[in-house]
Design a protein around this ligand. Structure first.
Ligand code: ADP
Length: 212
């Protein structure tokens, strides 16, 4: 049983790494961002309430996110553990998490802010299979469509320059203090998140193995 939290600014590559790691370890990838986007797409009352916050790049109120996370954690597939991506994002959420489920490791993704804006505004993804592209570093073979299923690629509504600025500000003010919080608890393992996804995956593997 292993419960891992991935912590880092938007665009650090947590989602990309979490997907691969989840496959490798056979445990689910729980992304509060994905869960919220699903709720927005399904137009549930919670999704409708979350939508405006997300578009603006602000945090969705804690009680809404907690509700969606609790529901997800109640599903049987989390028995062998989970990779949590996008939660906690502030101290109140970290305290909630400690109440619902203890965690074993917190991996933080170290990356200079300059790289993030470019990664986020260039990001496009396939709504059908979830593959993430980057117009400058990992473009699709044919412009605008997914290599796997030819579905038209979409830009996330919060990957606009303005929302990206807001998200980075929120990260600095509310989420970054969690690094110190988890360091004090002896749970934090920072990794260098620059370079290719393969390089980061290798560092992530090391960070997880070196403490088990
Ligand atoms: P990123 O980490 O790249 O910003 P996510 O997909 O994790 O992207 O999150 C997108 C948006 O979803 C956030 O900007 C926020 O509005 C909302 N969100 C996700 N997780 C949380 C959370 N734990 N608390 C509050 N809002 C959240």
């Amino acid at each position: 049983m292993v419960r891992i939290v991935l912590l880092g600014p938007p665009g650090a590559g947590k989602g990309t790494q979490a997907k691969q790691l989840a496959k490798r370890l056979g445990i689910p990838h729980l992304s509060t961002g994905d869960l919220l986007r699903e709720a927005v797409r399904a137009k549930t009352p919670l999704g409708l309430e979350a939508d405006d916050y997300m578009r603006a790049g602000r945090l969705v109120p804690d009680d809404l996110v907690l509700r969606i996370l609790r529901e997800r954690l109640a599903r049987p597939d989390v028995g062998p553990g989970f990779i949590l991506d996008g939660y906690p994002r502030n101290v109140a959420q970290a305290n909630e998490l400690a109440r619902i489920s203890p965690v074993d490791r917190v991996i933080s993704f170290d990356i200079p802010e300059g790289v993030l804006v470019e990664r986020l505004t260039m990001r496009r993804s396939c709504p059908a299979c979830g593959t993430v592209y980057n117009l400058s570093t990992r473009p699709p073979q044919t412009a605008g469509v997914c290599d796997n299923d030819q579905t038209a690629l979409l830009q996330r509504s919060d990957d606009t320059a303005e929302a990206v600025r807001t998200r980075l500000g929120v990260y600095r003010a509310e989420t970054a203090p969690l690094l110190e919080h988890f360091r004090r608890l002896g749970l934090l393992a920072p990794i260098d998140a620059t370079g290719t996804p393969e390089q980061v995956a290798e560092r992530l593997r090391w960070a997880l193995e070196s403490r088990s």
